[in-house]
Design a protein. Structure first.
Length: 67
């Protein structure tokens, strides 16, 4: 059975990535961070799987290509 996509809000994204709000939005605008998904008039969230993949990529990069 395939896992259902899970949306996470900005405070959890900040906690998982170590990035602050301004860095998250700046990197998303530059295309170097997952873009948020609009879930309401003034609300956004991120796909948990995309944030997890981004974190994993940073780990691989910092280890010279080996996880």
């Amino acid at each position: 059975m395939e896992a259902k996509p899970r949306l996470i809000r900005r405070p959890e994204v900040e906690q998982r990535t170590g990035l602050q709000k301004s860095a998250i939005y700046q990197r998303a605008k530059l295309g170097t961070f997952p873009r948020p998904i609009k879930i309401g008039t003034h609300n956004v969230a991120w796909l948990e799987s995309e944030i997890d993949a981004w974190v994993s990529e940073r780990i691989v990069e910092s280890r010279g290509g080996a996880a």
